[in-house]
Design a protein around this ligand. Structure first.
Ligand code: NAP
Length: 269
């Protein structure tokens, strides 16, 4: 294992409900790594000073809303995926400089693989939302080969701006129904269903046989995922993506695979 970071942190605002410390600390214990993963609540105006201090401490960590783009802008080096997304969710220091990566993309890919296997490579994706997590979905899909995306967002300008950063496999459409047309994978990248049981799309409108991937996660799954599964759709909420992006971050920091079973147990026991 390479030299341990001086500190391991999650940067967010607010971070009070984050699940990451639970499963990251379980992974650290399982690997006998003498560090504690701390969630730091950092207001946007405090980010530059916090990053300077974390640099002095040779810290590594994760980044969540609303800091992913700001940290990307401050990295001396970024991975190709972080560049593609314009966002960093994983950082560390090398020779004193801040390095950023994006493991949300790998998290999306892992869940799509679990839902569709190799068929994801030719998936017809209905993507709802055009924010940071939608960018991670597009960065994953463009690596799948012949997959195509129909992107719907209530703010079409934002959808067009996002699509313009990706290749010709993304079509911006003007309605949810247009996005759903012939879709084999329906992805919710909006916060709909985060705080209540609202559905981004009524289950009856989902194309027959389409898989459902809700990036939102809640205790006991989101109501949409439960309803879609009851209607016969292969379905996953965002918890698997959350754990997988965290597992991939762990690999970046320590060069070893974490114990994913320990991470899952920490969430469910
Ligand atoms: P974001 O950058 O703020 O983007 C949110 C998107 O959702 C925007 O396109 C926005 O549309 C749309 N939206 C917001 N409220 C809406 C509503 N009531 N009806 C329709 N569209 C709405 O957020 P993000 O970072 O992409 O995250 C989106 C969600 O994904 C989060 O709430 C989180 O639960 C989930 N997430 C999960 C993971 C994971 O690991 N599982 C990782 C990241 C995010 P406008 O452009 O029109 O405002």
């Amino acid at each position: 294992m390479s030299r341990l970071p001086g500190r391991l942190v999650l940067l967010g605002h607010p971070v009070s409900h984050s699940l990451s410390p639970r499963f990251q600390n379980a992974a650290l214990r399982a690997a006998d790594i003498p560090l504690v993963y701390e969630a730091l609540d950092v207001a946007p105006e405090a980010l530059p000073a916090t990053l300077a201090e974390l640099g002095r401490q040779n810290a590594s960590g994760n980044v969540t809303i609303p800091h992913k783009e700001a940290v990307a802008a401050r990295c001396a080096r970024r991975s190709a995926l972080a560049d593609r997304c314009g966002a960093v969710n994983t950082f560390w220091h090398e020779s004193g400089v801040l390095v950023g990566d994006n493991t949300d993309v790998g998290g999306v890919d892992a869940i799509a693989h679990a839902l569709l296997g190799d068929a994801r490579r030719s998936a017809r994706v209905a993507l709802l939302g055009a924010g940071g997590s939608a960018a991670a979905v597009l960065a994953a899909v463009e690596r799948w080969g012949s997959a195509r995306v129909r992107l719907y967002n209530r703010n079409m300008e934002r959808a067009r701006a996002l699509a313009s950063r990706f290749d010709a496999s993304v079509d911006v459409v003007a309605s949810v129904d247009a996005a759903l047309d012939a879709a084999t994978l329906v992805v919710n990248a909006t916060p709909i269903g985060l705080r209540d049981d609202a559905f981004p799309v009524e289950v009856e409108r989902l194309p027959s046989g389409a898989a459902v991937f809700d990036l939102v996660y809640r205790t006991g799954e989101t109501a949409w995922v439960r309803a879609a599964r009851d209607a016969g759709h292969r379905s996953a909420d965002g918890e698997g993506m959350l754990v997988e992006q965290g597992a991939l971050s762990f690999e970046r920091w320590f060069g070893i695979e974490p114990d994913r079973n320990a991470m899952w147990s920490a969430l469910h026991n």
